[in-house]
Design a binder for this molecule. Structure first.
Ligand code: HEM
Length: 225
């Protein structure tokens, strides 16, 4: 019963909260769609936190996505043992990189006076949820080896079943507790997404790539003379 609630109901509830929350935030406070960077208040610790965190987490998220989209490609890749080792070691190294970055970000928010004064409860909650995600993810990588192999045979069909609105709970019900916590925590992060600074993931200024050049006129008065 509990497996049904957390793996068949919770993901959809989280998605619904995320969608409604995002629409609400966009309509009530459009300009808050940002990372609210605090770089001008403190830069050095931010560098050691933000750079490893962002490089690591983006690659790890892409890895999770790749496993869902191309499971047979991952299985074929892993068919040669040395490639499986490289993939596993790379994943573990990225996880450690992300953990180091996140610890820096948390220490910065907890210890720097100027940063503490602009830190909200939601900022801390988000960083703690992300920490739980990284710890359970790293724990899974360490205690349940060859994750890239079993992920595509268990998590991939489960996640795909969510998209076809027929959740195959059985795949997750048979997982170790650590993996279950990792998955449930992902739903919780999805639910709090609109109420945190994570919304900056949606406001990356990609439009800069295709918008027309801005024409800046210097010394306009002089041109007229
Ligand atoms: C291309 C994608 C992304 C860009 C351009 C980006 C950019 C930024 C920027 C500019 C900041 C403000 C702090 C700073 O100046 O470094 C920030 C903070 C943050 N980002 Fe991202 N980000 C991206 C993706 C992500 C992803 C995928 C996650 C997590 C799943 C994430 C989580 C965070 C968190 C938690 C903070 C707050 C850190 C703190 O100040 O405590 N970001 N991001």
């Amino acid at each position: 019963m509990i497996d049904f609630i957390v793996f068949a109901v919770l993901p959809y509830v989280a998605l619904a909260i995320a969608i409604v929350g995002l629409i609400w935030r966009y309509r009530t406070d459009q300009f808050s769609f940002s990372s609210v960077s605090s770089q001008f208040l403190e830069n050095r610790k931010l560098f050691w936190g933000s750079v490893p965190w962002h490089y690591g987490i983006i690659l790890i998220l892409l890895g999770h996505l790749f496993g869902v989209l191309f499971p047979s490609g991952v299985m074929a890749f892993n068919g040669v043992p040395v490639r499986l080792y490289v993939l596993e070691v790379t994943g573990l190294a990225l996880g450690l990189l992300v953990l180091v970055g996140l610890v820096f970000l948390l220490l910065r928010r907890g210890t720097d006076e100027r940063i503490r004064s602009v830190t909200t409860r939601m900022d801390l909650l988000l960083l703690l949820l992300l920490l739980l995600s990284i710890i359970t993810g790293l724990g899974t990588a360490i205690f349940y080896r060859w994750g890239s192999g079993w992920y595509v045979q268990t998590a991939t069909p489960y996640l795909r079943s969510l998209f076809t609105l027929s959740p195959a709970v059985g795949y997750m019900a048979s997982m170790p507790l650590l993996v279950k916590i990792h998955a449930v925590n992902a739903s919780v992060i999805l639910a709090v997404f609109p109420f945190t600074r994570l919304v900056h993931m949606l406001s990356v200024p990609l439009a800069y790539l295709w918008r027309p050049y801005q024409i800046v006129l210097w010394g306009r008065r002089r041109i007229r003379q």
